[in-house]
Design a protein. Structure first.
Length: 453
């Protein structure tokens, strides 16, 4: 054994990255008895806890309350809707996140997980240097996540991205958002509800093009009704500053002016650079993601990857589930444990929220042709009707075959985010349309429409 090898500290598992996936793997492995080290240079919880799901949902809830004030006034409450005090709300948001950090540290201490604060860098397969320390383990998990990506065009460094959104301490007066995916529609809806004039510029012809098209188009209509200016087929050529505002030059020659904030929401790039990954021999795909198989294995034995650094579904619960199953397989004796990536439910916290599980109508028709049958319900929720709001909920079932097995559920409207979870279980278990028909409705609710189609 060399002198360098003798100095390396031995662990059963080293995790690079303390985001949701890395933490889940560390905790589950430690519970199975593994000696675990977690290497992280930033805040515990990664993107989700610090500049993603958690603060985003907090801002979404604030936006919901802002809208609720107007609804309450419409139905008869004697109140004047007021503006959000960002300083007070952000203090509460920060305290909530601080509690999550403290909870992680407490669990690490209880389970004997060593948190190594610092920038980790591979020096060889199975070996990581962190400052003056060197760690080694037969099992290494890479869970370094992803970062916001901007368009490579003149002025592309101007403005803010989704990370910068969470640094805002006041609502912009007029904001341009570049993008058409879930980050763009979520942040656009929040800012509009909190008082901003919002213009959203999409390169293509629709929002959320990877989702069910009918549902995404219904969301676009709802956003426009709420006052968001949607500009489809508006790729940018350049961005510039003019005085205190931004000037956007579109590819078709149109020039848009007068924005006091510019927000880029054009996707995310995997964090695979800057930590010596090349020293391991772990391969990357064309997008720069770490290539993995169905068991989270990379091409190098004993090296695994989960979460947004891979090319799999970019959802926190997916990273957590994949990590736990990997830990069960490596340290818990569950040799067949791995993530089932089919029929993963997800929610876009837009205004109104969009929830989906299974196949979109377009994908189902590509696979099953004329065997597809679609059921829809469009209606005004009770509170909206009482308040004189014309916004409609859309609920949609995509079924296949003579027995009408449900292969897709797509919801857009108030409480869609909470309604879907139980119905996702039913779809996962192979429910048929007849099973929903046989279920007694809970009245009066929006969810009952799914069993009354």
């Amino acid at each position: 054994m060399s002198a360098a090898a003798a100095l390396a500290e031995p662990f059963d598992l080293v995790v690079l990255g303390a985001g949701s996936g890395g933490i889940a793997m560390a905790i589950r492995a430690a519970r199975h008895g593994a000696r675990v080290a977690v290497v992280e240079s930033g805040a515990l919880g990664g993107t989700c806890v610090n500049v993603g799901c958690v603060p985003k949902k907090a801002m979404w809830l604030a936006a919901e309350l802002a809208q609720a004030q107007h609804t309450a006034h419409e139905v008869g409450f004697d109140l004047a809707p007021g503006d959000l005090c960002w300083e007070r709300f952000i203090a509460r948001r920060t305290a909530y996140i601080d509690n999550i950090h403290a909870s992680y540290r407490q669990r690490f201490a209880q389970l004997g997980i060593e948190l190594v604060a610092g920038h980790g860098r591979f020096t060889a397969p199975h070996r990581l240097a962190v400052g003056a320390r060197e760690l080694q383990a037969p099992h290494v998990l890479i869970a370094t996540g992803a970062r916001p990506r901007r368009e490579a065009l003149p002025g592309g460094a101007l403005g803010i991205d989704s990370d910068g959104f969470f640094a805002l301490r006041a609502c912009p007066r007029r904001v341009a958002i570049v993008g058409s995916g879930y980050v763009a529609v979520e942040l656009g809806g929040v800012l509009r509800a909190l008082g901003a004039e919002v213009t959203l510029l999409a390169r293509g012809e629709r929002l959320l093009r990877q989702f069910d098209h009918e549902t995404g188009d219904a969301l676009a209509q709802a956003m426009q009704q709420r006052g968001i200016d949607l500009r489809f087929a508006h790729p940018l050529e350049s961005v510039a500053r003019a005085g205190d505002g931004y000037v956007l030059h579109c590819a078709g020659g149109e020039v848009l002016r007068g924005f006091d904030e510019l927000l880029w929401a054009t996707g995310r790039a995997p964090n695979t650079q800057g930590f010596g990954l090349e020293a391991t021999g772990v391969a990357l795909d064309a997008r720069g993601c770490i290539g993995i198989d169905a068991w989270q294995n990379t091409n190098v034995a004993g090296h695994y990857a989960v979460g947004d650094v891979t090319d799999r579904v970019e959802l926190t619960p997916v990273a957590i589930a994949a990590s736990r199953r990997l830990a069960d397989r490596l340290f818990g004796g569950q040799h067949e444990a791995r993530l089932d990536c089919s029929n993963i439910p997800s929610v876009v916290f837009s205004h109104p929220p969009l929830a989906t599980v299974g196949l979109s109508e377009q994908v189902a028709r590509e696979r099953f042709g004329d065997a597809v049958r679609v059921y829809r319900a469009r209606f005004r929720p009770m509170l909206a009707a009482l308040a004189g709001d014309n916004e409609r909920t859309l609920m949609k079932l995509v079924c296949v075959g003579d027995d009408e097995r449900i292969v897709g559920i797509h919801l857009l409207g108030t409480a869609a985010d909470e309604i879907l979870q139980g119905f996702a279980v039913a779809l996962k278990m192979g429910a048929r349309k007849a099973d929903l028909d046989a279920t007694i409705a809970i009245h009066p609710t929006s969810a009952e429409e799914l069993v009354l189609m």
